[in-house]
Write a protein of this length. Structure first.
Lengths: 743, 188, 299
């Protein structure tokens, strides 16, 4: 989120929700949208393939065909550009590459957009008009946008829309992406991913060296931990396709097949291609599942041996910070000690580190601190979780976690009542700080930044320009903000580059002492001494620069976002015009099919119905946690699919009848048909939160004694179609096809 | 009325209710109700029809002229001074008359004994317990948690994610709602 | 007969288990069919009607019946006295053993049903609770006994209970009960009053069983309501209204039946115990039947 929920309530006049069903996935977030409606008369626009509970509260509902989000946004921009409603000043001074976007948008007439998206042309013009005439507008999305083969383009086109409208860096504007689970933002920031070190540092050699230093370990020793040096900077397998590393059916690029799997706190039964996951689980040499509840991966597999379920403690049995969807940190206290033989996640990892023989290296950084501008050992024993928190604060510069000390976070927790829920501003003793210190909170005195990219607020009070991340110029055009765009109270007028050891004296107009020069890191991201940060803040300068937002990513297959039909499209005629990407070699160590799968056959002939997955309010993720609650289970006592009566009756299905749903990859699930008018007859919607039944086979016997939840059912992910994003490799959960058959 | 006794009322703002079931589930948890007994439920009308669909949370509305109280053959109902309608499970014979009279489907009948016959009626107490000794184990067992006696808001309204469900003195509830409607610039 | 009993018991258990198997149709889960119905223009307004009747009248009417009818009979007894017939004459065999056993079953069930019914109606004065709850359950169990007896009773007395010309005359003279004079009253084996009681007890009784069963089980969910084009809650409301209204008549006639057999006609109770009626009694109170018997005997 660039802004936060309170900001929406306080300022937004339009809330454009696309690919998010807050009412089911984030009811507390939904409250804020409804409050904005009540208090500001804000208009709520909801775009979704299904008439969700969020849509039921909308002033305007746009029923979109799955996988056509880019087309819709271009359609809106077409109307905006055509009428000259774009924020010309904002684009001229703070954006790079908008001409190409405009050229692409001009192709997307309301008529073409209507044909592609299924949304009436008049409605597209109406919504574009509302967005252009009513400011500020905020754009809200979630997994409905990301989970596509074009997910990356989707997540780019929406901020581009906000740049066109000039809604970025403004109260009531911005892009507010809703996280669906507790601490998802935190695990994202810590990059629990196969392609980056914590804090979005990536896997480059410099990043590894910085982390080696931050951890107090030898870089060469770290390198020695890899099978061969080249793997150190290569991405690992992704969560979406790790099973290919086991099965190796598509070409994989690794030193050997994956033989052991360690799952800690991830419901892999909510991933696509369940049949493949089952095969891979069966084939592995070793499976370790660490979870407070039985991870249903243990139920999915039929293996009888070499599988270990380790009981992890819940969040109530440990202490530490979590990060909320608006980039704020919240401290949590322990309520009870871990029950029975369960252990906290970190204790489990410490114990294994001990057995594997690297406990000392693993925990060393927690016994270190920056003293005399240098990171050095300062004590014999570490204190959990305080020292872990300090390690994160001093290491993660990229997103400015420097201010997140355990002392400050505890103080915010204890003085919760002293903050304004809408502005996040502190009162009384907490005056001058924003609740939870939304990052970037550059140092221990920084109040946090509730609204990103706001140049009308001093850096020391949470203001900043766009980050200078991609060089000083591209194609001869400066990437820095226009001279007219100065961050308030900054000593430097106009745009400036990210601050490095080499340019700091020139940019800030200061002279460093020899000692300072010696201790300073190469740039603001790796400067453990903190000198760059200090000098920048003193000058009212954001260490990361003041640059232009680029709408053109020249390294991507689509430098500007393009509409591409889903891999399994319901419109073969459009596949010809808007084909998917060329097949991809070696992304996350595996080849991925795109256009070859898309054009392998005219899928819609055999699989005529669109498949939409959805959240139900009482179940989250893989659903095991909630399905062990009798009251929550009672709300959805079995797996179902919402189906329009007209469609159901074509197949002779009465309300409550069982049906088979077949997927293009040859898998099938048996679920109950539940009549619903929330879907149109061309699509069905099913929740993804069930497991325990696989292609009609009841797996009840696989649950360890006494652990079977109150409800089990087919996983919709068994029939989620093949398809992955070209950059992130997230599965295409939200666009696919299926065939219905009466069971 | 302003200086008179407060009359406790529920009100569900249907423009806010999103059918998240938090009220219903929290109620069942707080009072440890059997599965299938919903003192509070969430109903969606005209589901899937744009412009017409709305959801509403419903439980005992603690009517001023409570019909249940009028039809009970054993007179097990009593209305507190603050308007909360309660009943005595030790008197109730489970005849179901209150259910026939109730416009809201509030009375619930947990199964009790052989042949699935219905036991004493159970319904929303506005978290105010029953005629047993306040906060006693017996009161908790029969009527659930007495939060009102502990100075707390009924659990359903306390957990309402969108502040759709309002509870309190009828005048205050209507003031809050009126404020919402007037700032919205539309509505009844 | 036992087979029938088994079927009745099994059927009620099936109903009950159907109730156990699912959430209630009327208050469980997230379905409340009575909300959209209540008080709306298109509804039958059975909810408000039931509330109005039960809230204002039912209990008073029952009190009137409970006190009024015995009072009327007490006056009648004091004014007109009982009818006394000679026990010296021949005794006529009128009720078979089977008749008498079935009647006994019905009698036992009524002796339980009526007082327990009153206990429910006046539960408030008994303090409610366990006592009245047991009364309610006993009311339900006695219904099974009654259900077992009512069908054979209906079958074996059906023909003799068909209306006849005598019945009209009988009604005009009210069976001769408003007179101390001993006179021959026009009636077959059963007089007009008995016939009304018979039809009320059998057809009315069956309705009482069905409505009472519905209320007792409350949650049958077998699609019965839907089949009748009603919501289940409306069916229950209707059942409650009908059950109470019919109960007025059944109870009133039951009291009459008891008064006649125990007090108004001395010794007439014996006939349903032994099977024999005094010739004198038959001659006077069932004159047509007596004449027919004589003719048959002559022939």
């Amino acid at each position: 989120m660039t802004n936060h929920f309170g900001d929406v309530v306080g300022h937004s006049k339009v809330i454009f929700i696309i690919g998010a069903n807050s009412a089911a996935a984030n009811p507390i977030g939904m409250k804020h949208f409804l409050q904005a409606k009540d208090r500001n008369n804000a208009q709520l626009i909801v775009v979704d393939p299904v008439f969700t509970k969020t849509a039921a509260k909308a002033d305007h509902f746009l029923r979109i065909r799955t996988g056509t989000d880019v087309a819709l946004v271009y359609g809106l921009m077409h109307v905006i550009f055509k009428n000259g409603w774009e924020d010309k000043e904002f684009i001229k001074t703070r954006v790079y590459g908008m001409d190409e976007i405009k050229a692409e948008a001009m192709k997307w007439t309301p008529e073409l957009t209507a044909d592609v998206t299924g949304i009436p042309a008049e409605q597209i013009v109406q919504i574009a008009t509302i967005l252009a005439k009513t400011k500020p507008a905020t754009v809200v999305w979630a997994l409905g946008i990301t989970q596509h083969s074009t997910g990356t383009s989707n997540t780019r086109i929406l901020p581009i829309l906000q740049l066109v409208l000039g809604n970025m860096g403004k109260n009531g504007g911005g892009c507010n992406i809703i996280r669906g689970h507790d601490n998802v933002q935190g695990s994202t920031d810590m990059c629990c991913l196969a392609d980056s070190l914590s804090g979005y540092y990536g896997l480059a050699e410099g990043s590894w060296k910085y982390f080696a230093k931050s951890w107090g370990v030898d870089y060469e020793w770290l390198k020695g931990r890899f099978a061969a040096p080249e793997w150190m900077q290569a991405k690992g397998f992704s969560l979406a396709k790790w099973w290919q590393g086991v099965l190796q059916e598509e070409t994989t690029y690794s030193s050997s097949p994956v033989r052991a799997l360690w799952v800690q706190g991830n419901g892999i039964t909510s991933m696509s291609q369940q049949v493949k996951i089952q095969e891979a689980l069966d084939k592995l040499d070793l499976v370790v599942l660490v979870d407070p509840f039985v991870n249903e991966a243990a139920v999915l597999t039929n293996r009888k041996d070499d599988m270990y379920l380790l009981p992890a403690a819940t969040q109530f049995e440990t202490e530490g910070s979590v990060t909320a969807t608006n980039r704020t940190s919240q401290w949590r206290s322990k309520v009870v000690d871990p029950l029975y033989e369960s252990k906290t996640d970190h204790d489990i990892m410490f114990l294994f580190a001990e057995r594997f023989g690297f406990y000392d290296e693993y925990t060393r950084a927690m016994k270190m601190a920056v003293k005399d501008r240098e990171l050095q050992p300062v004590k014999e024993e570490f204190v959990w979780p305080d020292d872990a928190c300090r390690e994160i604060a001093r290491t993660i510069k990229t997103i400015g976690l420097g201010g997140w000390t355990p002392e400050r976070l505890r103080k915010h927790q204890e003085n919760w009542h002293m903050f304004d829920p809408l502005t996040l501003e502190g009162k009384g003793p907490m005056k001058g700080e924003y609740y939870g210190l939304p990052w970037p909170s550059w140092d221990e005195n920084h109040p946090g930044s509730p609204v990103l990219y706001d140049v009308n607020t001093p850096v020391t009070a949470g203001g900043m320009g766009f980050r200078n991340r991609f060089g000083l110029e591209h194609d001869g055009v400066s990437q820095l903000a226009d001279p007219s765009v100065s961050v308030k109270d900054s000593k430097i007028a106009g745009g400036y580059p990210e601050i490095t050891k080499d340019n700091i004296e020139q940019v800030l107009g200061i002279t460093l002492t020899a000692a300072e020069k010696e201790k300073m890191g190469a740039n603001w991201k790796v400067d453990l001494s903190g000198i760059i940060n200090e000098k920048c803040l003193a000058a009212g300068v954001a260490p990361y620069g003041n640059a232009r937002a680029r709408v053109k990513v020249w390294q991507f297959p689509d430098p500007i976002p393009k509409h591409r039909e889903p891999i399994h499209s319901s419109r073969p005629d459009l596949v010809e015009r808007f084909p998917s990407y060329d097949d991809q070699k070696n992304n996350f160590r595996v080849d991925v099919k795109f256009v070859s799968e898309q054009k392998a056959q005219e899928w819609v002939k055999d699989f005529p119905t669109m498949l939409v997955s959805m959240r139900v309010v009482n179940l989250s993720g893989a659903g095991m946690l909630e399905r062990t609650s009798k009251y929550l289970s009672h709300l959805t006592p079995e797996m179902f699919a919402n189906i329009h009566p007209d469609l159901a009756l074509q197949y002779g299905l009465r309300d409550g009848d069982m049906m088979w749903l077949h997927a293009p990859q040859g898998t099938k699930i048996r679920v109950k048909a539940q009549y619903s008018l929330t879907v149109t007859p061309d699509r069905i919607a099913l929740p993804y939160n069930f497991a325990g039944v696989m292609q009609g086979v009841d797996l009840s016997d696989n649950y360890p004694e006494g652990t079977k939840p109150y409800t089990i059912g087919e996983s919709s992910n068994t029939i989620t179609n093949y398809g992955f994003d070209i950059i992130t490799q997230i599965p295409e959960y939200n666009a696919g096809l299926c065939r219905i058959e009466k069971a | 009325m302003s200086n008179g006794q407060a009359r406790m009322k529920f009100y569900c703002d249907t423009t806010r209710c999103i059918e998240c079931f938090a009220c219903s589930v929290a109620c069942s948890e707080a009072h440890e109700l059997p599965v299938g007994i919903s003192r509070r439920k969430v109903v969606t009308m005209h589901e899937g029809i744009p412009g017409k669909e709305y959801s509403i949370s419903i439980a005992c509305m603690h009517c001023t002229d409570a019909p249940c109280e009028q039809v009970c053959p054993v007179d097990c109902f009593y209305i507190r001074e603050d308007g909360i309608v309660l009943h005595d499970k030790n008197k109730c014979i489970g005849c179901g008359y209150c259910l026939y009279a109730c416009p809201f489907g509030a009375p619930q009948f947990p199964r009790d004994g052989a042949f699935g016959t219905k036991g004493a009626m159970d319904k929303c107490t506005m978290c105010a317990g029953g005629p047993e000794e306040t906060n006693s184990a017996r009161e908790r067992h029969l009527y659930g948690h007495n939060r009102i006696a502990e100075g707390k808001v009924p659990i359903c309204a306390a957990v309402c994610a969108t502040n759709a469900l309002l509870v309190g003195d009828a005048e205050e509830v209507s003031t809050i709602y009126r404020k919402r409607v007037s700032s919205r610039g539309k509505g009844a | 007969m036992t087979r029938r009993a088994i079927i009745v018991v099994a059927a009620s258990m099936m109903l009950a288990s159907a109730a156990c198997a699912a959430d209630s149709q009327i208050w469980g889960g997230m379905i409340i069919t009575n909300i959209p119905e209540y008080g709306k223009d298109q509804s039958r307004n059975l909810g408000p009607l039931f509330t109005y009747l039960q809230g204002n009248f039912f209990r008073s009417i029952f009190l009137g019946i409970l006190l009024g009818i015995p009072a009327v009979f007490l006056c009648h007894y004091l004014v007109f006295g009982p009818k006394v017939f000679s026990h010296d004459g021949e005794r006529i065999y009128v009720f078979t053993l089977f008749n008498r056993i079935i009647h006994l079953l019905a009698a036992v069930s009524f002796v339980i049903l009526v007082p327990t019914g009153f206990m429910i109606v006046f539960g408030a004065y008994l303090g409610g609770g366990a006592l009245v709850t047991y009364a309610r359950h006993l009311h339900g169990i006695a219904t099974i006994v009654f259900a077992v007896s009512v069908v054979p009773m209906f079958v074996f007395w059906f023909v003799e209970m068909l209306p006849a010309m005598d019945d009209i005359k009988w009604f005009f003279m009210l069976g001769g009960y408003l007179s101390r004079k001993k006179q021959e009253v026009p009636a077959g084996k059963f007089n007009g009053g008995q016939k009304v009681w018979f039809w009320l007890a059998t057809i009315g009784g069956l309705v009482m069983i069905v409505t009472g069963g519905a209320m007792y089980l409350q949650d049958f969910g077998l699609g019965i309501a839907g089949g009748l084009g009603m919501s289940q809650i409306d069916l229950l409301r209707l059942a409650a209204i009908v059950h109470n209204l019919l109960a007025f008549a059944v109870v009133a006639f039951f009291f009459t039946h008891v008064y006649m057999s125990l007090f108004a006609i001395k010794g007439s109770i014996n006939s349903i115990i032994t099977g024999y009626k005094e010739e004198d009694e038959v001659k006077h109170l069932h004159s047509s039947y007596y004449r027919k018997l004589k003719q048959v005997r002559k022939a």
